[in-house]
Design a protein around this ligand. Structure first.
Ligand SMILES: Nc1ncnc2c1ncn2[C@@H]1O[C@H](COP(=O)(O)OP(=O)(O)O)[C@@H](O)[C@H]1O
Ligand SMILES: [Mg+2]
Length: 342
């Protein structure tokens, strides 16, 4: 049975600079007990999807059902079925972790005794016992995310929405949150999570839908999407840019697609399926041709690679808000370096 089902959703926002078509015919099906990742760059429409499916906003057209309930016609019943953890942690700063969770239980009419029990249980599960009695305003980013996620779970929802659950977290907090989400879904919860990181979608989701311009542009498993850009990316940095054409020729021989030359004129890159073998052969041929290298290695595909392949443009648009763009770019390159070292 489809636990989450959306069909032909559209949403246009009015802004000072004109209409913004946030959703342009969005379709999605998430079977019961599975995890779907909605993967896309900033501004793709991810949060708008979550808002529509969680009754926070109403679509202009299209239909959505959660556990068979019509989201637009019956928002109350929908809310009783779902939990939401937003992109920005929605907790009361002045209350302690325990009080926040207890308050949510009361709001959902669980009763004082059950609310307190549930709050204690979640504080325990989320490893927040040391912080449970402190006001949230002193919490780190990772702790906030955990308390926010715990809040979404107070009512034991059958369907959980996580909007960019780890964006902005340090690598250790991210790993901790991944573990928590993994154990949650093992219990049979249906999850829709949004993310900008292919690695995160890969790690957590059964299936990935890539979103751009308010609609799904590709769908499948992480392996399926990565296969479209090759299993690995082989990257070499040349000492002398005058040798770029020769280097491209060598990479073309060992790659699975047309190699690319970076804007610096020295970084040559190609998609390969058998990474280690291709790397060895490429290095041998470059060496034989006397082409000197600054650096050489492999990296796993990122959202940028998948996106470039699907749309012909980069996921991080240079025209984006400069702050957001530089943050996103920074993260992507850190991930790539980490991946390349593996
Ligand atoms: N309340 C709003 N008013 C005007 N434009 C909006 C509003 N909310 C979102 N948008 C625009 O809709 C598009 C999709 O936004 P969003 O769903 O937040 O994307 P994402 O979560 O993938 O970053 C963006 O162009 C964004 O600027
Ligand atoms: Mg968003």
């Amino acid at each position: 049975m489809a636990m989450i089902e959306a069909s032909g959703l559209t949403k246009t926002y009015r802004s000072k600079s004109g209409p913004v078509h946030a959703l342009t015919g969005f379709d999605l099906t998430v079977p019961e007990g599975t995890v779907k990742a909605l993967l896309g760059p900033n501004g793709a429409g991810k949060t708008t999807v979550v808002k529509m499916l969680t009754t926070l906003e109403v679509p202009d057209s299209g239909t959505a059902h959660i556990a068979g309930i019509d989201v637009v016609a019956d928002p109350q019943a929908t809310r009783r079925t779902i939990g939401v953890s937003g992109q920005y942690a929605a907790v009361d700063e002045n209350l302690t972790g325990f009080e926040n969770l207890d308050m949510i239980g009361r709001l959902y009419h669980l009763g004082a005794k059950v609310s307190r029990e549930r709050a204690r249980e979640l504080i325990d599960v989320f490893d927040l016992s040391a912080a449970g009695d402190r006001p949230v305003k002193g919490f780190s980013g990772g702790m906030r995310r955990r308390i926010d996620l715990a809040g979404a779970l107070v009512t034991n929802p059958r369907v959980l929405f996580l909007d960019e659950p780890t964006t902005g977290l340090d690598p250790r907090s991210r790993l901790a949150l991944w573990d928590i989400i993994t154990s949650l879904v093992a219990g049979g919860t249906t999850v829709l999570l949004t993310t900008q990181y292919l690695e995160e979608a890969d790690r957590l989701a059964d299936d990935i839908a890539v979103i751009d311009g308010g609609r799904v542009i590709a769908e499948g498993t992480a392996d399926h999407l990565k296969a479209q850009v090759g299993g690995h990316r082989l990257v070499v940095a040349l000492v002398d840019e005058a040798r770029a054409d020769q280097a491209l020729e060598v990479l073309r021989r060992h790659g699975d697609a047309e190699p690319t030359l970076g804007s610096d004129g020295r970084q040559v890159e190609v998609a390969v399926t058998d990474g280690p073998t291709a790397l060895q052969r490429t290095l041998a041929d470059l060496g034989a041709a006397g082409i000197e290298l600054h650096d050489a290695g492999m990296r796993r595909p990122t959202l940028d690679d998948v996106f470039l392949q699907l749309t012909g443009r980069k996921a991080v648009d240079e025209d984006d808000d400069p702050d957001t763009a530089s943050i996103a770019t920074g993260k992507t390159s850190r991930t790539s370096k980490k991946e390349a070292r593996r």
